[in-house]
Design a protein around this ligand. Structure first.
Ligand code: UGY
Ligand code: MN
Length: 248
């Protein structure tokens, strides 16, 4: 990585964005205290969802209600406690919570440096059936990685139930070095992505970008996309997509 003055790998385009930790600037977000909050992706970029990275200091906390939004909260590192609708959950790295709209939450008692990755979006109820989605607490280690389109070297962990009530999916994709997405995808779904491990090359629209752990990517609907993992260790990323609703 170059330390050259005035250099960045960050790129904000109309159909995609690549953001790297060296350019992150914290925001003050109501409800979050003694925590550094980075808004990684939001409407200001053109996205229809928000991706936040929260890093807790000592005695940090985050409290509020999801309101009209739904939240997917993934513990990237550390440990904390989550009080959801008055029920307490102890969370460790790799665990996640899905919160439907209208749920009270309070994340507290973090180990210093605990990091949360949060995807937030306005919930779109199904037209014929009101949502009865419960809140969900899970751990990525209990979700098997299945070969993606038959490729044993590219494995997908699907963290939320694949059911029509859910209008959001969050998956972890892990690639052995040299493994790729099988074709250049172009689809109606939008993505918010955080590189968790390793490195590779992401094709975004008609550009190619080297990426590594810590990098953030937003892909607009229909943005052509492709990935190859490179280096000596597997590459993985966690990503959001909108699913199961009819297009306008
Ligand atoms: O779920 C997906 O659309 C996934 N295959 N896309 C991606 O990894 N860029
Ligand atoms: Mn995709």
């Amino acid at each position: 990585m170059s330390d050259l003055f005035g250099f960045t790998r960050d790129v904000i385009q109309e159909r995609y964005a690549l953001r790297t930790p060296s350019g992150f600037v914290p925001s003050n977000i109501p409800g979050w205290r003694d925590a550094t909050v980075i808004v990684q992706i939001s409407e200001g970029m053109g996205a229809r969802f928000c991706q936040l990275l929260v890093t807790f200091q000592e005695d940090g906390e985050g409290a509020g209600s999801t309101g009209l939004l739904e939240f997917f909260v993934y513990l990237l590192a550390g440990a904390c406690q989550a009080n959801i609708q008055g029920k307490k959950h102890k969370l460790e790295s790799g665990e996640y919570i899905y919160l439907p709209p209208g749920h009270d939450f309070h994340f507290e008692r973090p180990a210093v440096g605990t990091q949360l990755l949060i995807f937030q979006k306005r919930f779109e109820p199904m037209v014929v059936k009101a949502s009865s989605t419960p809140y969900i607490v899970g751990h990525e280690k209990n979700v098997p990685g299945k070969p993606f389109l038959g490729n044993e070297d590219a494995r997908l962990q699907v963290l939320l139930p694949d059911k029509p009530e859910f209008d959001m999916a969050v998956n972890i994709f892990t690639y052995q070095p040299g493994a790729t997405l099988p074709f250049v995808e172009s689809h109606i779904m939008e993505h918010g992505l955080l590189m968790l491990k390793g490195q590779g090359i992401y094709r975004l629209d008609s550009d190619w970008h080297p990426v590594q752990a810590g990098d953030v990517i937003w892909m607009a609907p229909y943005c052509p996309q492709w990935f190859v993992a490179m280096g000596k260790t597997p590459a993985s990323y966690i990503y959001y997509k909108d699913v199961n609703r009819a297009p306008l």
